[in-house]
Design a protein around this ligand. Structure first.
Ligand SMILES: [Zn+2]
Length: 415
């Protein structure tokens, strides 16, 4: 890292500090707009971010996946992403600072000490659903850009600021659509680097995640009187055979992602106590710490073996309801090193790469980018254990530190 850039980063960090009150105020305002997903109520949030980008002098654009493709996923429209582009002067790398606009539900609201959509500020903490996950990171984008602009930092590569849909339901119309087609179809450059702004904590960077395969089988039997089961074929028995076979899947342990997990989520079949069940539905949520192809080969082989052993083992249908690959850019990618260097310089903290955030493995929107050849990480201020919980909050200090670090990374990569 050059000493020139170090001085620029210090100057920009001071500007961010000056914007502390605005950073807090914008975060509060965004928390006060409920955007719970499902169902994914985006109209007011997208409008607010559109206006926020404009207020900083940018010309944002609403970029939405085609209606029929959204509806084919069983989702409602509109699902608008908002994209703002800061054009660089040269041909440096393109950097995308991203955060999702949706939040999870509040659960039992009476359990909250502060109203979940109140955006209240107490002793330096902003409370509310989505405060740290991840409206903080939408507000941070704005102040990063403002501080860079006010400090007169010249960017070579473009900076893209994105407010995206559907991270909380892991669906495609947000960053999935943008990276596969949406950026290109709307005249935006393809990012080289991407940060999915999420509350990992500034000393932890998400760079790997286990895969996610959701299998649903419907097994077909033949009904008969419960007093004479030999006359029928019991579909629930076949589902139990399948469950026992799947239990033998070898559990692989990865140093960063943790162990493969297998969860039997639904076992549903039968009509009456005295009838041999004709159908049984069974689902498995498998999160492998190895490539998903290992799971697919195992599941195919398991079903074939059951069929070979038992002619009455009949799969009426099989659906893969989620089909996420295992991976990410990994801890040795130069982008991870860049984050470690910049954070070290600005805060003195050391950053640990992980693939297993708060015991559960996810890359957020960086899943879509890292699977498409972009250096994508999940990263930002806060504390993952506070996300999705009662009395979620983000502190003003976390907001400032995150904006300083993100601005520092933009300077390192694009200036
Ligand atoms: Zn999130």
């Amino acid at each position: 890292m050059s000493t020139d850039k170090k001085a620029i980063r210090a100057a920009v960090a001071a500007r961010v500090e000056q914007a502390r009150d605005d950073l807090v105020r914008i975060t509060q305002e965004l928390v006060r707009i409920p955007s719970v997903n499902p169902p994914g109520d985006y109209a007011r949030m997208a409008e607010a971010m559109f206006e926020n980008y404009r207020a900083e002098g940018l010309e944002p654009m609403v970029v939405e996946a085609p209606r029929e493709e959204i509806e084919a996923l069983g989702l409602t429209v509109p699902r608008p992403n908002v994209v703002a582009r800061v054009r660089g002067k040269g041909s440096g790398p393109v950097f995308c600072l991203d955060a999702h606009m949706d939040v999870v539900g509040t659960g039992n609201e009476s359990a909250w000490s502060h109203p979940p959509f109140g955006g209240e500020l107490h002793e330096g903490r902003i409370y509310g659903r989505g405060a740290e996950d991840t409206k903080a990171h939408l507000a941070v984008q704005l102040i990063v850009y403002r501080a860079l602009r006010e400090a007169g930092v010249e960017l070579q590569g473009d900076l893209l600021l994105t407010s995206t849909v559907d991270d909380e339901i892991g669906q495609w119309p947000g960053m999935g659509y943008l990276i596969e087609r949406g950026f290109k179809e709307n005249g935006f450059p393809r990012p080289d680097y991407h940060i999915a702004g999420e509350p990992t904590g500034i000393d932890t960077v998400g760079c790997l995640a286990r895969g996610r395969l959701w299998y649903e089988y419907v097994l077909k039997g033949r009904p008969a009187h419960g007093g004479n089961p030999a006359e029928g074929i019991n579909a629930v028995d076949r589902a139990i055979d399948l469950a026992n076979a799947v239990r033998r899947f070898e559990i692989h342990e990865d140093p960063l992602m943790g162990a493969t997990t297998v969860n039997l989520g639904i076992l549903q079949g039968g009509e009456a106590v005295n009838v041999v069940p004709e159908r049984c539905r069974i689902t498995f949520d498998i999160r492998p710490a190895r490539k998903k192809e290992v799971v697919k080969a195992f599941m195919d082989r398991t079903v074939q073996e059951l069929q070979a052993r038992d002619p009455d083992f009949v799969v009426e249908s099989m659906r893969l309801l989620n089909d996420r690959q295992t991976g990410g850019i990994g801890p040795d990618h130069p982008f991870v090193k860049t984050v470690q260097d910049v954070v070290g310089e600005l805060t003195g903290k050391s950053v640990v790469p992980t693939g297993n955030m708060a015991g559960y493995s996810s890359l957020g929107n960086a899943y879509w980018t890292s699977m498409n050849g972009v250096a994508g990480i999940m990263y930002g201020g806060g504390d993952f254990s506070r996300a999705h919980t009662v009395d979620e909050y983000v502190t003003a200090d976390e907001l400032v530190e995150t904006a300083q670090v993100f601005a520092g990374l933009v300077i390192e990569l694009c200036a």
